[in-house]
Design a protein around this ligand. Structure first.
Ligand code: GDP
Length: 325
């Protein structure tokens, strides 16, 4: 990478808006920014519907953020993406367009838009380099979300080119951790397997059902590591290339299910439901650019899974307590 793409933008003392603070990534960003000495701004969903340009404009005019992280999105796993295509495409397109345009108009100094590794073609070379973008057809089960995310990062490039705006974007690999969506139909694989393994352990079942063949390969990044990478990029990267954020390690879904079973303490057997889709066969991002800038992930998969499981148990206990009271 060209060295001129390196810039220093310290967040200390700045008004920093985390759009989407209630989500898993936004929540992790708020936790991470607490030690940056900045003023963290958040907008409640009841106050601002990010799908409405006028509401976004009004909020930004009132709050004047200097830096913006766009972590707001309509998200979900393979089933949710495939069954709610209109919401995944519309919501994510307009959220990106509204915030990016309002940021230009209000003179935001720096903006980071969060993409997703599903922006890459289904059969992209693995690991997927940033150059693989728009070189082939997308994975059909999540193309709606992917098209919206591609539009968002293209907006950042276009605003940089036309207006000289310092808007950057980055696409993380598959994420997991505290704040994840834990529901069986809409979840990504990690929360779904944690829930299923826990339920099987508690009820004494002997099998854990895993969707697909177990052979797809995925890379998983702990969400607090992602937040650390995003803060790092906000401070140290300025350029048109949307950067990959990952770990460089991958596991098969079978290996993931085995590790989940160990973490949860489920000792039965795995059953593979091949009526369910596998999705893309392999998804690993090439993070050489990010590594060259000096950032590396910290949390090993098993440790991250244990923390995500602990968070899930806490939530479940809190919900049960609330229900009982
Ligand atoms: P993807 O990475 O966009 O394909 O999204 P997911 O996290 O939903 O799925 C990743 C892989 O895990 C796919 O091959 C799924 O078939 C597989 N998988 C196995 N069991 C489950 C499950 O219970 N829920 C989900 N969502 N995926 C599962």
């Amino acid at each position: 990478m060209n060295d001129s793409h390196r810039a220093v933008y310290p967040l200390r003392g700045k008004r920093v808006w985390v759009a989407g603070h209630r989500g898993m990534v936004g929540g992790a960003l708020v936790r991470r920014l607490a030690s940056e000495g900045c003023e963290v701004q958040t907008a409640g969903r009841d106050g601002v519907d990010l799908r409405r340009q006028a509401e976004v404009d009004g909020w930004m005019a009132d709050n004047r953020p200097q830096a913006v992280f766009i972590a707001a999105a309509t998200v979900g796993g393979i089933y949710a993406n495939d069954s709610r295509p209109a919401e995944f495409l519309y919501d994510n397109l307009v959220i990106a367009a509204n915030i990016i345009e309002a940021s230009r108009r209000t003179g935001v100094e720096k903006l980071l838009f969060l993409g997703s590794s599903c922006i890459y073609p289904r059969l992209a070379p693995q690991p997927m380099p940033e150059e693989a973008l728009l070189t082939g057809p997308l994975e059909p089960t999540n193309e709606w979300y992917a098209v919206a995310k591609i539009a968002g990062l293209k907006l950042c490039q276009a605003y940089r080119k036309q207006y000289g705006a310092d808007f950057i974007s980055a696409q993380p690999t598959n994420l997991y951790g505290p704040g994840d969506t834990f529901d069986l139909e809409g979840s990504h694989v990690v929360p779904a397997l944690l829930m299923k393994a826990h339920a099987a352990k508690v009820s004494g079942e002997h099998t854990l059902t895993v969707w697909g063949t177990g052979t797809p390969r995925r890379e998983f990044l702990y969400v607090d590591d992602l937040a650390d990478a995003l803060v790092f990029l906000m401070g140290n990267y300025s350029g048109p290339i949307p950067l990959n954020i990952g770990t460089g390690d991958e596991v098969t879904i079978r290996e993931l299910a085995q590790t989940v079973a160990e973490v949860v303490g489920f000792s039965g057997t795995l059953r593979f439901d091949t009526d369910k889709p596998d999705g893309t066969p392999r998804k690993l991002v090439d993070c050489r650019r990010l590594h060259a800038l000096g950032w590396h992930h910290r949390t090993p998969l098993k440790e991250g899974l244990a923390r995500a499981y602990a968070w899930y148990l806490d939530q479940a206990a809190a919900t049960a307590g609330a229900g009982a009271g």
